[in-house]
Write a protein that binds this ligand. Structure first.
Ligand code: SF4
Length: 241
């Protein structure tokens, strides 16, 4: 039974709706417009939908704990982050339109270096590396408004819990209130499944590797839409989420 078919639970209905509307929107958008602009539209639409559903979920099921996440707190930006290809392409486009050639070259070098360090390493070895995201600048995300969906659902109720998981490594798990992250994850799942449905690559990619690839040349979006396996070397190991 699908989540939205469970009777009498508005919160589960909201999750089902978040997934279904994103899935349908992805299929429709890619069926009708297959140019690079459709990818931009797709990602912006998914980010808006994630925000709307996150806000609706919070008013439906107010969380118990307040949020510890604050500007300048960047511990999760040193962890492995998974993205979908359209997210990486959109991020690269946005940065290309905003940064100077010098800044862009420096970012491309940083992302390429991080990508080389992260590729071909398994998940546990990768997390031990603790490398900062190439977009992290002065302890803040330099692409905050365009950050991938996975960065948007990292919402912690406690700094100490984050430090224990990511810095001290004394716990393998970070507890977060479901209402904060599930609506965003459902939108992400709808986007991923929509890509699969339309025959596009919807695999999970390492953010910095995929960003380096997306920044490496201007035709990445066209090649991705033509079905070329552009991000083949950027995939997270199977089993990673
Ligand atoms: S994209 Fe931004 S929020 Fe996400 S890991 Fe990189 S610096 Fe952090």
């Amino acid at each position: 039974m699908a989540l939205d078919e469970l009777p009498g639970d508005p919160y589960l209905g909201l999750l089902g709706e978040a997934y279904n509307t994103q899935l349908v929107a992805t299929i429709r958008l890619l069926a009708n417009r297959r140019g690079p602009a459709s990818l931009r539209l797709l990602v912006v639409d998914a980010q808006d939908r994630a925000l709307r559903n996150a806000e609706a979920a919070l008013s439906l099921e107010p969380p118990i704990l307040s949020l510890a996440c604050r500007k300048g707190c960047h511990h999760c930006c040193w962890e492995t982050v998974g993205v979908l290809a359209p997210e990486a392409i959109h991020l690269a486009d946005e940065l290309r339109g905003r940064l100077t050639e010098v800044e862009l070259s420096a970012l491309r070098r940083r992302a390429t270096r991080r990508g080389a360090q992260l590729r071909d390493v398994d998940r546990s070895a990768r997390s031990q590396l603790r490398l900062p995201c190439a977009l992290l600048k002065d302890r803040c995300c330099s692409a905050y408004g365009h950050r991938p969906l996975a960065c948007r659902w990292a919402l912690s109720p406690g700094l100490q819990a984050c430090l224990d998981l990511m810095v001290h490594r004394t716990t393998p798990f970070l507890w977060m209130e479901e209402v904060r992250y599930q609506p965003i994850q459902e939108v992400w799942r709808g986007l991923r499944d929509g890509l699969h449905e339309t025959g596009l690559d919807g695999s999970l990619l390492l953010l910095n590797c995929a960003l380096a690839t997306a920044l490496s040349e201007e035709r990445v979006a066209e090649r991705y839409l033509e079905g070329e396996d552009v991000f083949a070397k950027d995939r997270l190991d199977s089993g990673d989420t």
